[in-house]
Write a new protein. Structure first.
Length: 562
């Protein structure tokens, strides 16, 4: 059965997208994870994947031209299949807010949803009638990052039977990089919830359905691949409106509230997201005042919580134990085995998968260089005396790398399988350690920004990263990555390349070191750099020339300011 590929909603402000390039032509065989086109939005250029296998039967928008969100841009199906009904049904749709499942193919796609298209073959083969456009909107697990394959429902803010607006936050989804809000982009009643809190769903799986009260949702689930399994979780839809209004509490929609307990047994009402944030930050929920309904603790209460001065604990009297008891305790403690199993977070799963793929797919080689940072230390003092933002050594490295990349564009490239993409823009990613692993905020157009601008943006991004508030455009699109462990007292190290980059720069600490200059022993402030290179893209000579330019800029920062 042919599938219509529609212009996806790739940002909250997007109304149309321009087809920057088609990577496939009509008649080509495509896989579900092939990149078939590049779409330029108001915020970035994204890749479009079809999420279905088949033959590209139709292209509806030429390269360089724009299409509105939800317009059909391509059709994929069996070779020779008649797809005209898909184009006809597209012209008849009254609204463009309902998004096909194949739309969610951007590396920064926000929450989106799909409207199954009635097909003649389906209507003939199914006992239930095909859904009517506008009756309901299917909300699918959105693709919120380029590495995301599934998302975990942290909390539902609505339950089956609740009225929702298009911009209501109905759920919080934990991805491999952040916790984000899901909106239905449709007004109506929440008819169905397909994933319980704490459970995960793959990208593009149905997680909810919003529509007119009393709408039969079976056709929407049946038309979805694997719909029979999801149908088993739904409440019966053939009850009367009066029965439905009295049954939301009995349906499978998970509750949107969990309870923490104080030491004396009193219950503290808190949302699941607030509970998780409190656990991550080490906040005692019993000390937090809730601002939600009936004093319920919500996310903003944790974000705004300021701990009071801790009270001194009363000293417990020292109890003496007989020597025999002490020896017995020591004997018992020795030789005991134990372990703790920690479930993998979404972030840790993806880190393991992507870095393993990078390490064992890309042929890494490493170039090391030592930089004398004496002049950089003096320059930093002079810069910070007048800069509106405090410039760190890492900011200096970001700026120097960006300027060096402009001179050596071969390093600012990506391996694309059957071609090498040389990026004309310079987006520097900086690895930031957070509780669950690593995330890479990206400073866009770093070569065009001043040191103070880089310092302000980097500080803001790091703060957002550590509070899991980064949005997709802020952690995607990197063309080069820097990992700095100097502040962790690491002398030097090697880093694994962060796809799709072809190189990553590992930065060690600055330390005073005796060196020989002109036959004399002097102490210099030295910093060691290691450049990990993908040999498919960057050769040794190319990487070495880049490091030489980078070294010159760091050794004398004035050279990158003129």
């Amino acid at each position: 059965m042919a599938e219509a590929i529609r212009m996806p909603l790739l940002s909250d402000t997007m109304k149309e997208g321009v087809i920057a390039a088609w990577h496939k032509k009509v008649g080509d065989k495509v896989k579900s994870d092939d990149v078939i086109a590049d779409v330029e939005t108001d915020k970035a250029t994204m890749e479009v994947m079809p999420y279905v296998d088949g033959t590209l039967l139709y292209i509806g928008v030429e390269a360089g031209k724009a299409a509105k969100v939800n317009d059909v841009i391509a059709v994929i199906g069996k070779e020779g299949e008649d797809y005209k009904s898909l184009l006809d049904s597209n012209n008849q749709q009254p609204e463009a807010k309902q998004v096909q499942p194949q739309q969610q193919n951007s590396d920064t796609a926000p929450q989106s949803q799909s409207q199954p298209q009635p097909q003649p073959s389906q209507a003939a083969s199914q006992a239930t009638p095909a859904p009517k456009p506008g009756d309901a909107t299917v909300v699918r697990m959105p693709l919120l990052s380029d590495t995301m394959k599934e998302g975990k429902i942290v909390a539902w803010h609505k339950k089956v039977g609740d009225k929702v607006k298009s911009d209501d936050v109905i759920a919080d989804v934990e991805t491999d990089k952040a916790t984000m809000e899901v909106m239905p982009y449709a007004d109506g009643t929440l008819l169905y919830v397909g994933v319980k809190e704490g459970e995960a769903a793959k990208v593009n799986d149905i997680i909810a359905i919003v529509g007119k009260e009393g709408t039969d949702i079976n056709p929407y689930l049946d038309s979805n691949n694997g719909g029979q399994q999801q149908q088993a979780q739904q409440p019966a839809q053939n009850t009367s409106a009066a029965q439905q209004s009295t049954q939301p509490q009995q349906q499978s929609a998970p509750q949107t509230e969990e309870h923490a307990h104080t030491n004396d047994g009193d219950r503290v009402k808190a949302s699941p997201l607030a509970k998780k944030l409190a656990e991550d930050k080490g906040v005692d929920l019993s000390q937090v005042k809730g601002s939600g309904d009936n004093g319920r603790i919500i996310k903003r209460d944790i974000d705004n919580y300021q701990p009071a001065a801790s009270k001194a604990l009363p000293q417990q009297p020292l109890q003496m134990q007989p020597q025999a008891a002490i020896q017995q305790q020591q004997t018992t403690a020795l030789g005991q085995e134990g372990y703790k199993d920690t479930p993998l977070s979404q972030m840790r799963k993806i880190i393991a998968e992507r870095l393993a793929q990078s390490k064992f797919t890309a042929p890494h080689f490493y170039l090391r260089m030592t930089v004398t940072m004496d002049q950089a230390m003096e320059a930093r003092k002079a810069i910070n005396a007048i800069s509106p933002a405090k410039v760190s050594f890492n900011d200096l490295v970001i700026k120097a790398a960006a300027v060096a990349l402009r001179k050596h564009p071969e390093v600012n490239s990506s391996w694309m399988g059957d071609f090498i993409r040389q990026n004309q823009h310079i987006h520097i990613g900086t690895a930031v350690a957070i509780e669950d692993g690593l995330i890479v905020p990206v400073i866009k157009f770093a070569d065009q920004k001043s040191l103070s601008q880089i310092a302000l943006e980097a500080a803001s991004l790091v703060d957002k990263a550590r509070n899991r508030k980064l949005q997709p455009p802020e952690f995607t699109g990197n063309t080069f990555t820097i990992s700095n462990l100097g502040m962790m007292d690491i002398d030097e190290f090697t880093a694994i390349i962060n796809p799709p980059d072809s190189c990553i720069l590992a930065v060690g600490k600055i330390q005073p070191t005796p060196v020989v200059e002109n036959g004399q022993i002097v102490v210099r402030q030295l910093m060691k750099l290691t450049l990990s290179c993908d040999h498919r893209v960057v050769d040794g000579a190319v990487g070495s020339k880049f490091l030489q330019t980078l070294k010159a800029h760091l050794a004398n920062p004035v050279t990158m300011l003129v």
